[in-house]
Design a protein around this ligand. Structure first.
Ligand SMILES: [Cu+2]
Length: 154
């Protein structure tokens, strides 16, 4: 093999190598994924892989809820909300009657997301202020146990 041929084939191999490392970003954010200011979820939008447990933490002094919009989560996904209500209407009624589902200062709520798609949610008491957010679960085609061969290198 002459030098030019070698360089061409090396470049070809290099172009197909993808980095699939573990970046560990969540550890840098502390013990939660989504925080809350007095009138907003931070971040408002979060993207995760299927099977990820998302942790919300009330990082403000206000009481908040994390309440899924029943019509804005994938149809295969179970309904979810702080207070473990079965439906959005039940969550809203409980908030009206007894502040049900309230997450106080420093409290956390966690939920495992398995169904791909966008899951939109709101804080009931601060909905008029636009306190809402979304968790987008990425497609699952590549996460179902496919083994990728490691290119042989010398
Ligand atoms: Cu709120």
């Amino acid at each position: 093999m002459d030098r030019r041929t070698f360089l061409q084939s090396a470049a070809g191999i290099g172009a197909t190598v993808t980095v699939a490392g573990c970046i560990g970003g969540s550890a840098d954010r502390g013990d939660y994924d989504i925080g809350m200011s007095t009138r907003a979820f931070r971040p408002m939008a979060l993207e995760v892989e299927p099977g990820t447990t998302v942790v919300w933490k009330n990082t403000s002094k206000q009481g908040h809820t994390v309440t899924a919009y029943e019509e804005e989560i994938p149809s295969e996904a179970d309904y979810w909300a702080t207070g473990d209500f079965d439906s959005e209407s039940a969550a809203r009624e409980a908030w009206r009657s007894s502040a049900g589902g309230r997450l106080g200062q420093g409290e956390t709520y966690e939920r495992e997301f398995t169904v791909p798609g966008t899951h939109a949610y709101v804080c009931i008491p601060h909905e008029p202020s636009g306190m809402a957010g979304s968790v987008t679960v990425t497609g699952d085609a590549e996460s179902s146990g496919t083994v990728t061969a490691t290119p042989e290198t010398q």
